[in-house]
Design a protein around this ligand. Structure first.
Ligand code: AKG
Length: 274
């Protein structure tokens, strides 16, 4: 591994996150945003299709699958997880201009039904992520502990179960993850993080890509599907998904419900919000 990637991996192990890195130019990020917004116009308010932007979007959107395979991202993820990479889930986290929607302090791995912690999220900005627009915030070094969570009924909480940490968080050392369009951060599944409402006059759009190493296992042997995006799968612990054939094609839509349904069932196990 060469020096910059070693520094990246050391920073990740120390703090539980590293940023910023460039995945693509601002022009390419704007083109992806335009593709997303064309899909949004096409699907309108159809709740089932809207949900596809929040859960395993890489199964039905070819341009999202292409982003998950970009060497500019996977080279950095491989420096942490090794060369054989699966994508477990991909979600757009969009906060409209002026929206009260937010993400409370939480740890990702709490409800994901995974054994081990060989999981890294790459969060790619498709619009400016700033304190004003509600960028993510991290607690440095917080990935070394597992903290209790509770479900809430807060309709503005963007997380699947409406969950949050069950303890007060001292925000005094929290770090703002400021990213320009086309830049991304990497974070550990136990890193404590949050994001505030969007007080800017633009949408805040992020794409969260959940990478795991092929050696990861699911708890309770959940039959979970994942997409191989780099290297080889020598373990066979996950059912491998087919890359998408376009933008919400009939073939991919027919496969989607089963794949996303497995993942929702895992995350929502025992949840108050269904
Ligand atoms: O987009 C956000 O503000 C939060 C995203 C998040 O919690 C995550 O990607 O794990």
């Amino acid at each position: 591994m060469h020096g910059a990637l070693e520094t990246l991996a050391a920073g990740y192990r120390r703090d539980g996150y590293v940023f910023p890195f460039r995945a693509m130019s601002a022009t390419e990020a704007a083109a992806h945003r335009a593709r997303l917004e064309a899909v949004e116009r096409e699907i309108g308010n159809d709740p089932a299709r809207r949900k596809m932007l929040r859960r395993t979007a890489n199964i039905v959107l070819d341009f999202v699958d292409a982003i998950t395979r970009l060497p500019a991202i996977t080279d950095r993820v491989a420096a942490i997880l090794g060369e054989d990479l699966l994508v477990l889930d991909v979600s757009f986290f969009t906060k409209e201009a002026g929206s009260p929607n937010h993400v409370p302090w939480h740890q990702d791995l709490h409800y994901w039904g995974l054994e081990g912690e060989d999981e890294v999220t790459a969060w790619l900005a498709l619009s400016p992520a700033t304190p004003q627009s509600g960028c993510m915030r991290f607690k440095p070094g917080s990935h070394r502990q597992v903290v209790e969570h509770r479900d809430t009924s807060d309709e503005h909480n963007l997380l699947t179960r409406g969950q949050e940490l069950a303890v007060e968080v001292d925000e005094s050392d929290a770090v703002d993850v400021v990213l320009a369009p086309g830049e991304f951060s990497l974070h550990h599944g136990w890193a404590i993080h949050a994001s505030a409402p969007n007080r800017s006059d633009d949408r805040r759009i992020g794409l969260a890509i959940r990478y795991i190493s092929t050696g990861m296992m699911t708890t309770d042997n959940f039959p979970t599907t994942a997409m191989l995006v780099r290297g080889e799968d020598r373990h066979g612990n996950f059912t491998l998904a087919e890359p998408p054939s376009g933008v919400m094609t009939e073939r991919d839509l027919a496969r989607y419900a089963g794949i996303a349904g497995q993942r929702e069932a895992t995350i929502l196990k025992g949840a108050k919000r269904g």
